[in-house]
Design a protein around this ligand. Structure first.
Ligand SMILES: Nc1ncnc2c1ncn2[C@@H]1O[C@H](COP(=O)(O)OP(=O)(O)OP(=O)(O)O)[C@@H](O)[C@H]1O
Length: 232
């Protein structure tokens, strides 16, 4: 089966600064994958390339065997690092915006998850706390029936008690053939839901491994391994 995401000698250079240095990578279907690396290692760049917001300087990135474009936009659901939703919008308006924009948006599922978190249809984005805004956006993005979810720092502002709920209920509550790629610095929080990890450093892939193999073969948590590999 064609992998959901593949990078072949993928490089990205921003006006002389190399962000990705010709990486080769395969991400399979049905996995929750942590994209982990220090600041400036190339995580956001890779996610933007996969979502089609950026184009490679050389090499290629393929979604289900295709270059990012009109066809793959339907298959990919992307949560950017910074919001693109308008502050004046209410929850109800955002739900209808997504529903109009994406034919694979599951409105009843999104409405139910929002209700369970006590977020009301009339609440406006601008009156919400940072963590609540993140919850709303994550629910919207995860409520599309996509093949690949790209989540760039999805829970940085969410309090620790809500993080577990979000990880287990929202992120794990998706179509089991879909893949979720999560970029985060909150490694110990996300570790329980991850199947695989990709360590990235200065534009190079430092490691790709399943979480089970790291635990069994190295006898460590992903968080401990990350601290060891990237110690300053
Ligand atoms: N628009 C840009 N113009 C120039 N350089 C950029 C641009 N965006 C990113 N970079 C550089 O590319 C490199 C990779 O950045 P990127 O944002 O992909 O890293 P990251 O791993 O997501 O970092 P963080 O964990 O801090 O969010 C960094 O050196 C960064 O300074």
């Amino acid at each position: 089966m064609t992998p959901i995401l593949e990078c072949r000698a993928l490089a990205k250079v921003y006006s002389g600064r190399r962000a990705l240095a010709g990486i080769n990578l395969t991400v399979n279907r049905g996995r929750i994958v942590g994209l982990l690396g220090p600041n400036g290692s190339g995580k956001t760049t890779m996610i933007k390339l996969a979502s089609g917001l950026l184009t490679p300087t050389s090499g290629e990135i393929l979604i289900d065997g295709k270059r990012p474009g009109v066809q793959t936009k339907r298959q990919v659901s992307y949560l950017p690092e910074r919001t693109y939703l308008e502050n004046w919008m209410t929850v109800d308006e955002m739900l209808h915006f997504f529903s109009d924009f994406y034919d694979n948006f599951n409105l009843p599922k999104a409405a139910e998850m929002l209700q369970r978190l006590g977020i009301q249809p009339g609440d406006r984005l601008k009156t919400m706390s940072k963590g609540t805004k993140e919850k709303v956006q994550l629910i919207l993005v995860m409520s599309r029936e996509a093949d690949l979810y790209l989540l760039d720092e999805p829970i940085g502002g969410v309090d620790p008690a809500a993080r577990d709920y979000i990880l287990h209920t929202i992120i794990s509550n998706y179509n089991e053939n879909a893949t979720v790629l999560i970029s985060t610095h909150l490694i110990s929080d996300v570790e329980p839901v991850l199947d695989d990890v990709i360590f990235i450093n200065q534009g190079y892939i430092a490691l790709t491994e399943s979480v089970d193999d790291i635990r069994e073969q190295q006898g460590k948590s992903v968080d401990a391994l990350f601290r060891e590999v990237f110690r300053c």
